[in-house]
Ligand binder design. Structure first.
Ligand code: CMC
Length: 389
């Protein structure tokens, strides 16, 4: 008591013990439950990775089939959610809509408040993983003034999401398999990243023992911020502004002079190539094979080549991060920039829930309540307004 360590941004404070995700920023290593991200991205699926994060181990065939079945069964949302979403302004940001509608789900499932019951927790986790793509797709359709598309449960998780986004007629919408796989891989890459800002928000709010929909709504809110989920959008804007390769030297000089940052480069934890950026670079090739090459790719590759050899970036250990190439892929899918963070949120949902589950089962956890260093006045004498004025 009385002793406080000043650590703004919790740069040196471990707020929990966790067995979900391991990161070694110096080596560029990322593992979920001990499995390297490279192997999961190459050989697993998003729903299997979601199971791994939540349950702590890989599923048997029977467990996996039951998991996929449950999630598929819960993709629909209550019809009143539709009315609720229609109530937003025509130009509402899809992240604002997602945040509000995930939070609103807590009112549709009041049983979610019973967080001490394991079966009940499982139910809410399944519901949320299942319904996030529906809410995300509907927030996108709303912004475009298009009717909402109901889930098509004959399709897999990611294919179904694409159908709800892009279906334009009564005909079944089946996206190219290579695009479905690329988006599934992007979801895997975003599925968890230990105690980042939004996960910390989920844990902090969850520590009050609120229901998980409210806790995840807090995660979506944190992700909405430009310093967290919004960087890929900034990369795209930067590449468009540079416009052509000939403009790169001038741009780089401006970065080195401290006028602006090379967006999509550098990371608080990674002081080496972000392992997710390597995988995304490869996914770019797969997507562009279907959609045609995004002309901004050439500029991005040239920027990367120059930066990796430039003393300024080498000395500061600045490498491409997950956001450097992801925006290019999202644009190839024809997502508007406001949707990029919604995609991040859908991918991150299993991670948020795995961390929430760990929190509520951890007997050592307490309500999040950091100390402060008080810098204000003390013990002033209050003079009533009638005597001061
Ligand atoms: N371009 C140019 N210089 C940079 C950059 C950059 N992208 N990033 C860091 N630096 C420099 C910075 O100016 C500083 O130089 P000096 O020592 O001379 O003052 C040095 O590198 C250390 O930077 P920092 O700001 O102390 O590092 P940080 O760990 O606090 O910041 C970061 C990490 C990601 C906020 C930062 O690298 C950045 O702003 N990058 C661009 C934005 C971006 O791509 N963000 C996505 C992060 S990954 C997705 C996520 O986790 O949500």
């Amino acid at each position: 008591p009385g002793l406080a360590v000043y650590d703004p941004g919790f740069v040196n404070t471990a707020s929990c013990r966790s067995s979900v995700t391991y990161i070694d920023g110096e080596q560029g290593i990322l593992e979920y439950r001990g499995y390297p991200i490279e192997q999961l991205a190459e050989k697993s699926s998003f729903l299997e990775v979601a199971y791994l994060l939540i349950k702590g181990q890989l599923p048997t065939k029977a467990e996996y089939d039951a998991w996929v079945h449950e999630i598929t069964y819960h993709t629909f949302v209550h019809e009143n959610v539709k009315g609720f979403m229609h109530g937003f302004r025509y130009d509402a940001h899809p992240m604002g809509m997602l945040m509000a509608s995930v939070g609103a789900l807590s009112t549709f499932y009041p049983d979610a408040r019973n967080i001490n019951d394991a079966d009940n927790r499982h139910m809410q986790i399944v519901r949320m993983i299942a319904k996030m793509p529906t809410l995300g797709a509907w927030s996108f359709r709303h912004a475009q003034g298009k009717p909402f598309v109901y889930p098509d449960n004959d399709l897999g998780y990611t294919a179904n999401f694409l159908s709800m986004l892009f279906k334009m007629s009564e005909q079944k919408f089946e996206a190219d398999e290579r695009l479905v796989r690329a988006l599934d891989v992007l979801f895997i890459l975003h599925a968890d990243h230990e105690q980042n800002c939004s996960t910390n928000a989920v844990r902090s709010v969850g520590s009050s023992q609120v229901d998980p929909y409210s806790a995840v709504a807090a995660g979506v809110a944190a992700l909405y911020g430009p310093l967290h989920g919004g960087a890929n959008e900034a990369v795209l804007r930067m590449l468009k502004r540079i416009g052509k390769k000939e403009n790169i030297p001038d741009f780089m000089q401006g970065v080195k002079d401290g006028n602006e940052r090379l967006m999509g480069f550098g990371h608080r934890v990674y002081k080496n190539y972000d392992p997710r950026a390597k995988i995304i670079k490869k996914a770019c090739d797969d997507v562009f094979e279907v959609t045609g090459v995004n002309p901004l790719l050439e500029i991005a590759q040239e920027l990367e080549k120059i930066a990796l050899e430039d003393e300024y970036f080498v000395k500061r250990k600045l490498y491409p991060n997950v956001d450097f190439y992801s925006g290019l892929i999202y644009e190839a899918f024809q997502f508007p920039p406001e949707m990029f963070t919604v995609l991040f949120a859908i991918g991150r949902t299993p991670g948020w829930l795995a961390q929430w589950l760990e929190l509520v089962q951890d007997k050592e956890q307490k309500i999040a309540r950091p100390k402060q260093i008080y810098t204000g006045d003390r013990t002033l004498d209050f003079v009533p307004a009638s005597e001061r004025w």
